[in-house]
Ligand binder design. Structure first.
Ligand code: MG
Length: 209
């Protein structure tokens, strides 16, 4: 039986423990240091030896109330109720913001935009998302992709998911194809099932620039 050289090398390596010939170098996150001049002073700057990928998770939930528009992912969704909140209560934008911040270990949305600060009263949450992403970019990361699930009993959100992905992508300067948007019910269970509110889960992947 013919075995490709690369495969044979791997098999030999597994059996003998010897280094695998032709194998790529093992990826590590060991940091190299160099110096960067700033105002005449040189300070050490840590640079990743290989591309670094980081993953963050975000969760948000809001209660339904009457008299407010329902804004999700920057899209106004027709419904008899909106979501309560200090800002526009866009739970999709909030969950994604926390996922991006979490991936960079840069805190959370409540720390950046406290709900006690009148500046964020009624705020467009896409602007908060963009501001949070600017913080993450300043730390040397860019968003590679994100995946979101909205959990709501009502309204049916399927017709609006593509528009949400477009709005989020435009806010973050990435292709809409890099944002996965899904919606599901909670099968009638719990506060979501009773129609009291909705929840959103988001995962984001960052890569070092
Ligand atoms: Mg929120």
């Amino acid at each position: 039986m013919r075995v490709r050289r690369g495969v044979r090398s791997i098999l030999v390596s597994l059996v003998t423990g010897a280094p695998c010939a032709g194998a790529p170098p093992k990826r590590t996150h060991r940091l190299q240091t160099s110096t960067q001049s700033s105002g005449g002073a040189s300070t050490p700057v840590a640079r990743p030896e290989f591309p670094v990928t980081r993953v963050g998770i975000g969760y948000d939930s809001h209660r339904f109330v009457t008299g407010r528009p329902l804004i999700l992912g920057g899209v106004r969704v027709p419904h008899s109720q909106g979501l309560a909140g200090h800002s526009d209560a866009d739970a999709v934008a909030h969950a994604l913001t926390d996922a991006i911040l979490g991936a960079a270990a840069a805190g959370n949305i409540g720390q950046l935009f406290p709900d006690t600060d009148p500046r964020w009263s009624g705020a467009d949450s896409l602007k908060l998302l963009r501001a949070a992403y600017d913080v993450v970019r300043d730390r040397g990361y860019v968003l590679a992709q994100a995946d979101l699930t909205i959990i709501a009993e009502q309204p049916k959100l399927g017709p609006y998911l593509a528009s949400m992905a477009d709005a989020l992508a435009a806010t973050l300067g990435i292709a809409a194809a890099e944002i996965g948007m899904k919606a599901k019910t909670n099968e009638g269970m719990g506060f979501i099932g009773r129609g009291e509110g909705i929840a959103v889960i988001a995962v984001a992947t960052l890569e070092a620039r």
